[in-house]
Design a binder for this molecule. Structure first.
Ligand code: KE4
Length: 427
């Protein structure tokens, strides 16, 4: 009988680490991953027949729940007309039109096949448009496996970076400065010193790859002012928050307009997808009109376009964002009630349908704060919940996701399991 254990044994012989993306290997929590056999709505089933309530949602895309009928039918119908063309097709124009309508800062948009491709293209375009080379990013923000963005902070706050991965040339990493998130002093000092060298500033406006924390009031607005004054581009990585926190993503909530935005995940309905967009004057620098090359065989793939259009239209048709806010509020109210009953240093963050429970007293405003979390306590909590059929992200430094199929019974069951496992964690 094929079990998760036997599959993982074989996977490790065939695939590095047994996984096609590192976080899936459970290295942050220990143990071995389960192998999923199917997913529907807010639930998953593994090959061993165990059922879970899922709060990872394939890292964001499953906002309607897994395998929503409206998306499955759209993909099935599209597939009957062809799986890939490499030729312009109407669905690319339809999705581009929807994105331009939903996100006011986007006048033109190009489709790609992953969030990494989207952010990588934003970096190259920022450098090509400004004819500058320095990129600024922030600790704790993850933008995919882009060489220029796999860069850790230099020795001093304002020093240029060093590679955060083998294989990234030091000379390239040195063109990236990594600053503490929410540290306006460091940003001001860097712009004062080398503002005319900066091609772009890229950030997750709501960092969700170190758990989930928020920009301090005024932080994004000041970044916008400094970029405008110095001719640098402000790039929002909304691969996670785009179409998750609302039709216009987080930029609609905060009222700060970036020059470029990277998208992914929700906009593809679960199929491989990414996109980047912004002011036409900048986007027109892209080949074939401009000198910045960017391309992709499967960019605008008809199945991904069909899935994304179906998902986004369903969110709009059913007032999905308002319903997600209600589900999020119910979870947050319940979680805060639970936290009042356990004697543990915990910090719960939520925005819309994204959340994180930090095992630290907080406050959490940046990566350094997040790293104060008790990872051993988190590991015990994660596995206790998993044993009880609740699947949270297998790392303290990831966000959780709610979907439109999380029911009241799901939330009640989840809060019972959370209570039980927090109490056993603090014993
Ligand atoms: P992809 O290349 O994985 O499609 O997107 C990269 C990316 C870019 N920007 C943000 C803000 C992201 O969150 C991501 C990818 N997110 C992770 C979850 N933390 C994907 C999960 C994984 O790496 O397997």
């Amino acid at each position: 009988m094929t079990t998760s254990a036997s599959l993982f044994d074989e996977a490790r012989r065939l695939i590095p680490g047994g996984v096609n993306s590192p976080v899936r290997a459970f290295r942050n929590v220990g143990g071995s991953p389960f192998f999923v056999s199917r997913a529907k709505g807010s639930h998953l089933w593994d090959v061993d027949g165990k059922e879970y309530i899922d709060y990872v949602g394939t890292w964001g895309p499953a906002i309607l729940g897994h395998a929503p009928e409206v998306v499955v039918e759209a993909v099935r119908e599209a597939a009957l007309h062809g799986l890939s063309f490499g030729i312009p097709n109407p669905s690319e124009v339809e999705l581009a039109r929807l994105i331009v309508q939903w996100v006011p800062s986007v006048e033109k948009v190009r489709m790609v096949n992953s969030g990494t491709e989207a952010t990588m293209s934003c970096v190259r375009l920022a450098r090509g448009f400004t004819r500058r080379e320095v990129i600024v990013k922030f600790e704790g923000c993850y933008h995919g496996h882009v060489d220029s963005l796999l860069v850790k902070a230099g020795s001093g706050a304002l020093t240029h970076g060093h590679p955060d991965s083998a294989g990234v040339p030091g000379a390239l990493a040195a063109l990236t400065v990594t600053l503490p998130f929410n540290d306006l002093g460091a940003v001001e000092a860097l712009f004062a010193r080398e503002g005319t060298q900066i091609a772009g500033v890229i950030l997750e406006p709501v960092p969700a790859n170190a758990g989930l924390y928020f920009p301090r009031p005024g932080f994004l607005e000041r970044l916008r002012e400094l970029c405008t004054r110095h001719g640098a581009l402000l790039v929002f990585d909304e691969v996670m928050t785009g179409f998750r926190l609302g039709k216009g993503g987080f930029q609609e909530r905060c009222g700060v307009s970036p020059d470029l935005t990277a998208f992914g995940k929700v906009m593809g309905g679960g199929l491989p997808i990414g996109a980047f967009g912004g002011r036409a004057k900048i986007m027109d620098q892209l080949s074939p009109d401009g000198p910045v090359y960017q391309a992709g065989t499967l960019s605008g793939n008809p199945l991904a376009m069909a899935a994304g259009l179906a998902q986004l239209r369903e969110l709009e048709r059913t007032d999905g964002y308002a319903r997600l806010e209600e589900i999020g509020r119910q979870m947050e109210d319940g979680m805060r009630d639970v936290l009042r009953t356990v004697a543990l240093p915990l910090t719960f963050h939520r925005i819309g349908s994204m959340f994180c429970l930090y095992f630290t007293a907080g406050p959490v405003w940046n990566l350094a704060d997040a790293r104060k979390s008790d990872l051993e306590a988190f590991r015990r909590f994660f596995h206790g919940c998993l044993d009880d059929g609740i699947y949270f992200a297998p790392s303290q430094f990831e966000a959780g996701f709610l979907c439109l199929r999380h029911t009241k019974p799901d939330l009640e069951r989840t809060l019972d399991v959370v209570t039980k496992n927090l109490r056993s964690t603090c014993r």
